[in-house]
Ligand binder design. Structure first.
Ligand code: DQA
Length: 142
């Protein structure tokens, strides 16, 4: 089983960026832990600050993996093109947000992506990615 985690803009700065909101761990530290925890899943990781690069990666992985865990960062609230990319591929996509976007500024309350995703996990910190991986594992065994 193979899944891909995609992080969008500014998430390369996890650990340094607004730690009171996003915590103080880098994604690389967390990813190593996650990979060790799910030995049956090949977990790939991609991060980009560029909308088109995220779309290209969804197209690529969307036909060749068992699922995508996507935190599109601020593009969540702006990108119809990313929503279309999710809808275009057969792989299930789980939307994850580290912070509880609904407790934050009103412009973060709307996601163009949610309706195209299998489900969304928000506000549970990095734990959200773990829960999404666990869901994809269970789903692939059905
Ligand atoms: C985020 C929430 C977004 O509103 C924000 O633009 C991000 C991170 C989150 O993980 O909480 O960059 O997706």
């Amino acid at each position: 089983m193979k899944i891909l985690i995609i992080n969008g803009p500014n998430l390369n700065l996890l650990g340094k960026r607004e730690p009171e909101i996003y915590g103080n761990r880098t994604f690389e530290q967390f990813l190593a832990e996650l990979q060790a925890e799910f030995p049956k899943i090949e977990i790939d990781y991609f991060q980009s600050n560029h909308e088109g690069a995220l779309i290209d990666r969804i197209h690529e992985a969307g036909f060749s993996t068992d699922g995508i865990i996507l935190n599109a960062g601020a593009y969540t609230h702006t990108s119809i093109a990313l929503a279309d990319a999710i809808a275009a591929v057969p792989a299930p996509v789980i939307e994850v947000h580290i912070s509880n976007v609904h407790q934050r500024e009103p412009f973060r309350h709307h996601s163009y992506l949610s309706a195209k995703c299998v489900g969304s996990i928000v506000g549970l910190g990095l734990e959200g990615y773990r829960l999404a991986a666990s869901y994809l594992e269970v789903r692939s065994e059905k």
